[in-house]
Design a protein around this ligand. Sequence first.
Ligand SMILES: *Cc1c(COP(=O)(O)O)cnc(C)c1O
Length: 970
Amino acid sequence: MSSTKPTSPLQSPYEETLEPSDTFLRRHVGVTEETVSSMLNTIGYKALDDLINDAVPENIRLRKELNLPNPIGEYALQRELKKIVSKNKIYRSYLGLGYYSCITPAVIQRNILENPGWYTAYTPYQAEIAQGRMEALINFQTMITDLTGMEIANASLLDEGTAAAEAMNMLFSLKDDTQGKSFFVSQSVHPQTLDVIRTRAIPLGINIVVGSFKKMVPSSDFFGAIVQYPSTDGTIYDFSEFIESLHKVGAKTVVAADLLALTILKAPGEMNADVVVGTTQRFGLPLGFGGPHAGYFATKEEYKRNMPGRLIGVSKDSQGKPGYRLSLQTREQHIRRDKATSNICTAQVLLAVLSSMYAVYHGPKGLKQIASRVHRMTTILATGLEKLGYKIISNPYFDTIRVELSKISSAEIIHYAEEREINIRQVSGHVISISLDETTNLKDIKDLLEIFNENKSLHFALEDLTTKEEWKIPELLERKSSYLTHPVFNSFHTETEMLRYIRRLESKDLSLTTSMIALGSCTMKLNASTEMYPITWPELSNVHPFVPENQTEGYRTLFSQLEKWLCEITGFAEVSLQPNAGSQGEYAGLLAIRNYHQSRNDMHRDICLIPISAHGTNPASAVMAGFKVVPVNCDTNGNIDVEDLKKKAIEYKSSLGALMVTYPSTHGVFEASIKEICQTIHDNGGQVYMDGANMNAQVGLTRPGDIGADVCHLNLHKTFCIPHGGGGPGVGPIGVAEHLAPFLPGHSLVENGSNNSQWAVSAAPWGSASIIVISWAYIAMLGFEGLQFATKIAILNANYIAKKLESSFPVLYRGNKGLVAHECILDMRGFKKTSAVEVEDIAKRLIDYGFHSPTMSFPVPGTLMVEPTESESKEELDRFIDSMLAIAAEIKDIESGVLSKEDNPLKNSPHTADMVISDSWNHSYPRERAAYPLPWLRTRKFWPSVGRVDNVYGDRNLVCSCIPMEDYAV
Ligand SMILES: *Cc1c(COP(=O)(O)O)cnc(C)c1O
């Protein structure tokens, strides 16, 4: 790697002719040497290091340089990376098991997957500036309910394996006392799905029974069952009778179904399935060595309140027009903490959007044609194989066949396939499985047939096989019902129309391409183009997750380097990249703790202490991992109440399993007592789980491992630059100390470096494998000094905002020296009494100023938590500050009576163009004040596409699929 190690972190290449021009740090951070001094001056410091020394407690400071590579420039990185990834071998893969090659329509790839207007958006909590992606997600929900034949679907889950585990979990929580704790898993469910289900079942005390669904004897022992449709071996069955027999004993059935197959096969809903789960991967999502892909989950209306994940609904806005929103938001499962039935937070929004667009672009006829073609290809292959003397043992089938060999071994066939750079699956010594897909053509069929002819030419012509139209799907299993009849799936089938539809939706959403999104806890930093560029390279996107190890040297190099770097950054012995969201990291980390205790015969250590300020996923994950949650109080400064912690640690000494602690705290302060807290837990036999969502304040300054944590998850989609994608994808790796390493999540089909094949928490061995390169690139381009500098600037920016706003909005919590960490909480609760203004009014009024609101009401109700990150310039921070100060002045005007308490710019916000242009403007303040409250808005106005969306109405009248086109009128 060419070294561009700077002598000063912000050194520019301008003074040195021979310095490379592609250095990255100065592009990643928003500040210059001049703005740093002026901001420091505002806060009352001379040097950046003085500020950092006062903000970060002395006893946890890192005292050495981390062993990370020297930073590499942006251009140099792409060349270096190309060398690494070209070691991946791109074979044609017909391995199936829920992963298929498919064609990402270029119009979708270029305008969504590769477009920051889509991928840098945040989770759609501010409905008025997220209508575009919520429309795409409503399309997704409609696509899922239509194809599965179910009543309601969410948007979305992490992958098929976790969706299946979530389904089991939901049925378990719905079961009554007369039912036993057994869950039946058909032996023809995909093996990785079974693994994820097994992992999930153990801590909950669920008994997994694996067997043939045909031989299963339903009884009151079972609360549920899962079957695969088509089965993992390719066979299609009608499960109607099976489902009926389970219903008779009060048990419910989950069908894991292939979406493409559902376009020509009878819908599971028509078999009376209770839950249908799966993946939308083959709807245009690149294989990416296993992820990220969107899982789906559909069920009956009556279980809507038990459903995991996020649900988009239709409501109306302040003008009575339709507006989308996250429904039942207060019921988003993880918010219910230890009462939650799921810990899902970040899911796979960008992937759900992409797959919904695939359906929009192809429409029902196009999808059916793709499925029919895949099926036809499969029948041609099967006929050819029979001609060659082989027996097809999976009948009837859709796209997957099992071939029985008699005169030749599987190993020999695999060898012939290898010679042609083709992957097919060896099921046993004499059975091979082949799954075809959208990309398969007749030339591929010929190649496959020749493999089975020992790589010799065929004694018949391929044309002989295609003369007769074959359809191997039995009448009874054929799809008769219609689907995707809504106009949205039948209007945009040319590229021009599609492009404009995508662009129309994009323009309704505020993303990082518009302005800063200062979301506390979520670290919306730069997602650099150079980091994002490689994710659609074929060397990374065209790899099936279960290919032989020797085809993935490039991927493995990236993983092992990134693991090593993350170990160095966190101070841990090992890292697992498998968890595909922060919540899954929490779950995997707590499982490691649980298994560690059990390995030492400490079966009874099942208490998990969690401060009341913790993120909702913490208690939800603890329950999933089999712990009982005991809350710990916080003091008036927002710190963990150390006395209460000690009291509880001692009280539960004999059963203490773990503490979950976020650091810096969710209140945005570096607690000075953190080491003492960790020690207390260890002294009483517990393990320390650190929630690393706030790692952006630690990188290069301190390390979880040094502080005393035993395990910590990182949100690569926060600290390490993976974009939020409008609510996912995520990557939530965990770092662990040596003693927990044997309990990291493994995989039964692929050796992923964990030294075990159990405890899988994701369907794919490395979870969201293809986007891990983003974080790899970030670290490679910054190096130790750059990472450390970024952290310092993140802390500087937060303190600058706190200082500038403190006279108008009280800063709720601070550390010892009056400083905050990388975010600050602004208290809005006082305004309710003086002006009737609530925190939501301020959040919505910020939209009129062109900003996305900071985190609202977490961790303290009635507050805003601001996290500017290191990527924002002083100019952008000042624009935000000026907007907040202008809002403070508006509140003052309400307090003094200049503006009315009921009719003012805050209460009526956000103002749409429609509202201010209307001929009937009858508010007590002028239109100009509504829409252009500050001068610069005239040149960079972002118009919300709807007025304030009514939450209560939406929840009372739950509509979660596409609304009739007429309703869009006016
Ligand atoms: C974001 C976050 C999580 C959950 O991470 P996901 O990736 O959304 O599952 C957990 N804890 C804290 C403090 C967070 O900010």
